[in-house]
Design a protein around this ligand. Structure first.
Ligand code: SF4
Length: 170
């Protein structure tokens, strides 16, 4: 059986997978390299990671198109993502699944842990039985990235904190 997505074809970044579940307009702008002022969530999170938590782990690990918050090595590699809150949990979950999918293509078996330090919660994610779902998501991200203009913006809760607010609504 042919591999739907050989690793050389996987150039999508984890953030792009995440944005698909937040807003496709945001995904399109981001994928075109359009950057606005840094979003406060990421500034806060970066600071949090560097100054306070998870000391001693391997942080900000970049492998191909993916950039993992930190990795724990053990019998099986643990890929950790640190998130502020759970309002975009589906986006977090699919981003983590994409990481596991990509790592599997490299021959690395891993599991993912979503960390919500402010809520003192964690959630384990595994790839078993979900590869087709990841591939559908990859296809949808590719479709949006290939559009010649951004998808029509839709007002949502995410707009309030979005770096592209002015492009969409002003
Ligand atoms: S402002 Fe709203 S519609 Fe525009 S990119 Fe951001 S989240 Fe999407």
């Amino acid at each position: 059986m042919t591999d739907t997505y050989p690793k050389d074809r996987l150039t999508i970044r984890g953030t792009e997978i995440n944005y698909l579940f937040i807003c496709s307009t945001k995904l399109w702008y981001f994928s075109k390299g359009i950057t606005m002022e840094q979003e406060s969530e990421w500034v806060d999170l970066g600071k949090f990671l560097h100054e306070k938590s998870y000391f001693g782990e391997e942080k900000e690990v970049k492998i191909g198109p993916i950039s993992i918050d930190f990795i724990k090595k053990g019998d099986i590699i643990e890929v950790h993502e640190v998130k502020k809150g759970k309002s975009m949990e589906k986006a977090h979950e699919m981003q983590a699944l994409y990481y596991l999918y990509y790592l599997k293509k490299l021959g690395i078996k891993a599991k993912a842990i979503l960390n919500y330090p402010k809520l003192r919660e964690t959630r384990k994610i595994t790839l078993e039985g979900r590869e087709k779902e990841v591939e559908e998501v990859i296809r949808e991200v590719e479709r949006i990235k290939a559009l010649t203009k951004p998808p029509e913006p839709k007002k949502s809760r995410a707009c309030k904190k979005c770096a592209y607010y002015e492009l969409c609504w002003v």
